[in-house]
Design a protein. Structure first.
Length: 108
């Protein structure tokens, strides 16, 4: 893991965070700067800087991230009303933290 990466520090427990979901491959927690009533970040434990460097063997992990987001949307009672799933890719695409993460946004 990259020592300077804030998400790696969160995953390693160096920055206290309340996880909404956690297993050996993925963690999820509330965004500290929410853009909606529900704004959860789904983050792989594996440090992958950007979607552009995904390898074929990472594709099942991306699918699992989407499935975790789906389940969290149900738990947050926003599945029926609707929600957004967003990957920001590279600086021009709005990516600020270079450790891939999926935004689950909804609850309006």
């Amino acid at each position: 893991m990259a020592n300077e990466c804030i998400f790696c520090q969160i995953i390693e427990g160096k920055i206290p965070t309340e996880f909404i979901y956690k297993d050996e491959e993925i963690v999820a927690f509330n965004d500290i700067n929410p853009q909606a009533p529900v704004h959860i970040l789904i983050v792989p434990v594996k440090h992958i800087p950007t979607i552009n460097v995904l390898e074929d063997n990472d594709l099942p992990l991306i699918g699992k991230m989407v499935a975790v987001a789906r389940d969290l949307a149900k738990s947050a009672n926003i599945a029926e009303s609707g929600y957004k799933l967003i990957f920001n890719v590279e600086k021009g695409g709005g990516q600020e933290i270079f450790h891939i993460h999926l935004h689950l946004v909804g609850g309006w």
